[in-house]
Write a new protein. Structure first.
Length: 276
């Protein structure tokens, strides 16, 4: 009889312990749900709407986030399709490899001669274009210089500062454009003279020695163009002395910045595919 009582008492104790543990877990889950409801009041509204049979605000927010993620993914795919593929570099390398037959001719013209005057004329014509652009820019700068009125002695300080800034920018532009024009004109004259006198080696040597000077002349042209656009923006701001003038001046500066950015990108492409 005693063993039976002991087993019954042990079973009752085990059942009581299991009930206490389940009660504690229920209490902890209910407390956690209560804390979540206190922290996020939307949960109770979502539960009500779910019981009512309609989507809650959280579900709507999740669906909107999902739609935005899908739209971002589609835009990323479209931009990836629009951007050039990196395989273009491999195509260029393959084409350069297929044009390997030009190297023996280049070697022969350089070391044995005579020079190919057709290609030389193309190169000199490309250099001569810088001189033409610099001369046209110089004429435009001088025209702008002649159209700027000199302020009176009793003019406001702002007007005098704007006039001095225009004069400084136009002075730098004139000097730089003149330097570019003279350098590239002399370059063409001396190169044509050397080729005309059958001095192909002297022509090649002259081009190699004056490479840095031509690079400085090119950057001088870019500086002249930048100074001209700055002086033009100040002239517009001074001519239209109101809010519209300020807007037009700012648009001119932004347009000049965009032009310089595109010019730099084109120079990078030329450095990568032409001069490399």
């Amino acid at each position: 009889m005693k063993p039976a009582l002991r087993s019954a008492a042990l079973g009752a104790a085990l059942l009581a312990a299991a009930g206490i543990r389940s009660w504690q877990s229920d209490c902890s889950s209910s407390s956690n749900s209560f804390a979540a409801a206190v922290i996020s009041p939307r949960s109770s509204r979502d539960d009500r709407s779910a019981l009512a049979g309609g989507p809650g605000p959280a579900a709507i927010v999740l669906s909107r986030e999902h739609q935005s993620q899908v739209m971002k993914h589609r835009r990323g795919q479209e931009s990836a399709q629009k951007t050039p593929r990196p395989a273009l570099g491999y195509i260029v390398q393959i084409k350069r490899g297929l044009h390997i037959g030009r190297y023996p001719r280049m070697w022969w013209e350089r070391w044995v001669g005579p020079a190919n005057l057709d290609r030389v004329s193309l190169r000199l014509a490309g250099m001569d274009t810088y001189a033409i652009v610099a001369s046209v820019l110089l004429q435009v700068i001088l025209g702008l210089y002649g159209s700027i009125p000199v302020p009176d002695k009793d003019a406001p300080r702002k007007t005098q500062l704007m006039f001095e800034a225009q004069m400084a920018l136009l002075t730098v532009a004139v000097l730089c454009s003149t330097f570019t024009m003279v350098i590239f004109l002399l370059n063409k004259v001396y190169c044509a003279t050397a080729l005309g006198m059958w001095k192909d080696v002297s022509y090649e040597t002259f081009l190699n020695k004056t490479g840095k000077i031509r690079a400085d002349a090119f950057w001088s042209l870019i500086l002249a163009l930048s100074c001209f656009m700055g002086a033009f923006a100040i002239n517009v701001l001074n001519a239209i002395n109101n809010r519209r003038g300020i807007i037009i001046g700012v648009m001119t500066v932004l347009g000049a910045g965009y032009m310089l950015r595109e010019l730099s990108s084109m120079m990078e492409m030329a450095k990568l595919y032409v001069f490399k």
